[in-house]
Ligand binder design. Structure first.
Ligand code: ADP
Ligand code: ASP
Ligand code: MG
Length: 485
């Protein structure tokens, strides 16, 4: 069984309510941030908190750089990166923990960095950073932050207890993008985390990481601590899942593109899932799945501005609004598959099979009478795929595209939304419009270099009163004949 809802139905419900509080990298980036976290966790609440933490901001990237440097034969640079990380963890801890507890924590850091040093030596000797090793290396970031946060909470008077996420989140062996084995994971969460909660303790665990049944460390994909939070929330029947981050909630678009992006007060699970899937970094795309199945509300909140009510994500919300938010998914390629003779249903099956054999995921698909168009996030496997389809179909692709999406429950039902969007970006060449299969979004495939401009104009069109400056709306776009799935 690999369904979070089925597995969680089997588990016993605790007699108290709990809330999962997940803190992202910027919410644990330094001593001041960890102090804010401690204040939030210690706030009086009718629900018992379970804390899930990311690695300190940028640590995962730096561990990745260390691994890459070691694999490329630059062992000294790899070790230098580890030294910088070691010092940073000690500095942050020094501002939070004193006396014997600090010595204990420093000894733990020393052991962990010794293990990391061994790992980079091994990577250097193998001259490669294989996925399994990458998972062990990157997961160390969350392990370090969780021990630091647990100590900081203790020092702040909270009875926090460390839980090793690798003992609770059981996954398949798909290294770097593992999927939880729900049944096993829920049982372990109930067996390991519940007793601490019952004893009135605050469990603290690292996000992002898991392990196979055999105990081999895995990770859930970059940004995966959000997913961890909702896995834990579903497994423990939490009454809510809080994602504490560095912005006031889900905003109408990426604030880096539009500084005037506004907070969205309420969204449906589906809207938020679409937003995450189509590129909004604020949530990992898989986050909503366990929450939806167990119907647990998710809140996105700002750890630097905790008084702000944030965004509430719930099963249903009034579909009154048109566009809720705008996203851009970069690094997309469009793949055209043209049958050599005619379009037969077998071709569709063959294409799916070939992509699956090459473990190449498809983001979107559009089938029309004469051809098939696919959107993919990576082109690395495409030459081999084209080779396999030779004789059946010709495969061509163009990369450096971006999919700009308007998301909102009623987007498709309201034709004025599409026309307003066309007016806003009419002079930007749109390679494809993706509309039809989903009620909730319309996507425009544009050159990556035009994505930022397209988002800004659309944001102005939908979220401010001033009309966007637009020219040449008649330069219309090429729309696929079929529906996008
Ligand atoms: P964390 O480290 O807390 O997991 P992330 O960096 O992964 O935080 O996600 C938060 C960031 O997501 C924000 O700082 C913002 O730059 C970016 N972001 C992109 N799109 C959106 C959006 N629609 N709403 C809010 N934030 C967004
Ligand atoms: N630390 C991991 C990453 O940066 C997971 C996360 O922060 O969600 O990808
Ligand atoms: Mg994140």
């Amino acid at each position: 069984m690999n369904d979070p809802s089925e597995a969680s139905r089997e588990a016993a419900s605790p007699s108290f309510e709990c809330v999962v509080m997940k803190f992202g990298g910027t919410s644990v980036e330094d001593a001041a941030a960890v102090r804010r976290l401690c204040r939030l966790v210690a706030r009086p609440s009718p629900q018992r908190p379970v804390v899930v933490v990311s690695a300190l901001a940028k640590v995962t990237d730096q561990l990745m750089n260390a691994g890459g440097a070691a694999a490329a034969g630059h062992l000294d640079s790899a070790r230098e990166i580890l030294q910088v990380l070691y010092r940073r963890h000690e500095t942050v801890a020094s501002g939070l923990v004193k006396g014997d507890e600090r010595s204990r924590l420093f000894r733990q850091f020393a052991d962990d960095f010794k293990a990391l040093d061994k790992m980079v030596l091994r990577i250097a000797s193998e001259k490669a950073l294989i996925p399994r090793m990458q998972d062990s290396l990157l997961g160390a970031g969350e392990s370090l932050s969780s021990i630091l946060v647990q100590s900081a909470l203790q020092a702040a008077g909270v009875d926090a207890t460390l839980v090793d996420a690798r003992e609770c989140i059981v996954t398949d062996a798909a290294h770097t993008r593992a999927t939880p084995l729900w049944d096993e994971t829920n049982k372990r969460l109930q067996a390991i985390v519940l007793p601490s909660l019952e004893a009135g303790q605050v469990p603290v665990m690292g996000g992002f990481v898991g392990a196979t049944r055999d105990g081999i460390p895995t990770t859930l994909g970059r940004g995966g601590s959000d997913f961890s939070a909702s896995i834990v929330g579903a497994g423990l029947h939490a009454s809510r899942i809080e994602i504490w981050t560095d912005v006031d909630g889900i905003l109408t678009t990426d604030p880096n593109l539009c500084p005037d992006a506004r907070r969205v007060a309420r969204m449906s699970f589906d809207e938020a899932a679409d937003l995450a899937y189509f590129g909004a970094k604020v949530l990992h795309p898989a986050t909503l799945l366990p929450a939806v199945r167990s119907n647990i509300p998710v809140w996105v909140l700002n750890s630097r501005n905790p008084e702000c009510p944030g965004t509430e994500i719930v099963a249903f919300c009034e579909p009154a609004d048109g566009v809720k938010a705008i996203t851009a998914k970069r690094g997309v390629a469009i793949v055209d598959v043209e049958p050599v003779r005619w379009f037969a249903p077998e071709l569709l099956r063959e294409v799916f099979d070939v992509f699956e054999r090459h473990q190449h995921s498809l983001d979107l698909l559009s089938a029309s009478r004469g051809s098939l168009s696919l959107l993919v996030s990576s082109v690395s496997g495409l030459p081999a795929i084209a080779e396999e389809l030779k004789g059946m179909a010709n495969v061509r692709w163009e990369n450096h595209k971006a999919l700009v999406c308007l998301v909102g429950e009623q987007v498709r039902r309201r034709p004025e939304i599409a026309s307003q969007a066309f007016r806003a970006i009419g002079d930007i060449e749109v390679r494809m419009i993706c509309q039809g299969a989903s009620e909730r979004n319309i996507g425009f495939l544009v050159d990556e270099s035009r994505a930022e401009g397209a988002v800004q104009r659309l944001h102005r069109a939908f979220f401010s009163n001033s009309e966007p400056a637009v020219a040449n709306t008649s330069q219309a776009m090429c729309q696929a004949e079929g529906a996008w799935l």
